[in-house]
Design a protein around this ligand. Structure first.
Ligand code: NAP
Length: 257
């Protein structure tokens, strides 16, 4: 049965770009978007990584192509996204996932820690969203989805720089949503709790650290990449047509406390 009250969750005929897709959440999101029917530009700093992951998606029956993209090389972002739109036919969905995460006590943070995290998590994300937005605004339809964090919404000990970068991401999402929504381009964020990835494995493999994290999550477990994939595919689809400027938590209730 079909109903006009159930818009499609499918992404057939859409082209999606994922940044930082060499591993972890980004790689999983590239696979999820492809499984939902999108053609996916898998981007990673290393072009062999990007091509290898695209080939793995194609081997499973999806449609993907790899591109090298370092989001701190801001001058290269516009030309690469334009090339993707040209080669894949359009650029409809951006998942701005590339990000660094690290724990530092605030008293130990160096200027270089601050600069490297802000360059990727905030500056790189903004200029990627701007380049994608320019293409989407021209086309009159688009979805920008930023991967934020629960640390954007509540304080988490030892995460000063990370929390500041992700809080900045949420504010960018709100402002871009205001500026672009009327032109058909929505801008939203997904804010996950701890997800087991290569970026968090070292911390979550420490049983004491993991137990402390899980004790703080009302659902009693860390999240999965699939949990983030469901939220991203939803926000990318027609089903989320009126969702704009919002921060969707995927945190098992962490920020409900
Ligand atoms: N895992 C969690 O618990 C969690 C929770 C909330 C939010 N998040 C967010 O989710 C995103 C992915 O996290 P993750 O755990 O999957 O991280 P991860 O395993 O450390 O992977 C990070 C990804 O970002 C890429 N990257 C780093 N610097 C880059 C740059 N300058 N240009 C392009 N790509 C770059 C890395 O690529 P290379 O291979 O080239 O280094 C890698 O693909 C991040 O934004 C993170 O803040 C994660």
């Amino acid at each position: 049965m079909e109903s006009p009250h159930l818009p499609s969750f499918r992404l057939d005929d859409r082209v999606a770009v994922v940044t930082g897709a060499s591993r972890g959440i980004g790689r999983g999101l590239a696979e999820a978007l492809a499984a939902a029917g999108a053609s996916v530009a898998v981007t990673a700093r290393n072009s062999a990584d990007a091509s290898g992951i695209a080939a793995a998606i194609n081997a499973l029956g999806g449609h993907a192509r790899g591109y090298a993209l370092d989001v701190t090389h801001t001058e290269s972002i516009g030309p690469i996204l334009a090339r993707i739109a040209d080669e894949l036919g359009s650029l409809d969905i951006l998942v701005a996932n590339a990000g660094l995460g690290a724990n530092h006590r605030a008293v130990d943070v160096t200027e270089s820690d601050w600069d490297s995290m802000m360059d990727v998590n905030l500056k790189g994300l903004f200029f990627t969203a701007q380049a994608a937005g320019r293409i989407m605004l021209e086309a009159g339809w688009g979805r920008v989805i930023a991967i934020s964090s629960q640390a954007s919404l509540v304080g988490i000990r030892d995460h000063a720089v990370y929390a500041a970068s992700k809080g900045g991401v949420n504010q960018l999402v709100r402002v871009l949503g205001l500026e672009w929504g009327a032109a058909g381009v929505t801008v939203n964020a997904v804010a996950p709790t701890f997800i087991y990835t290569p970026g968090t494995a070292e911390r979550l493999d420490d049983p004491e650290y993991r137990a402390a994290v899980e004790a703080r999550i009302p659902m009693g477990k860390v999240g999965s990449i699939a949990d983030v994939g469901g939220a991203v595919v939803y926000l990318a689809s027609e089903a989320a047509g009126m969702v704009n400027g919002s921060i969707l938590t995927v945190d098992g209730g962490w920020t409900a406390q």
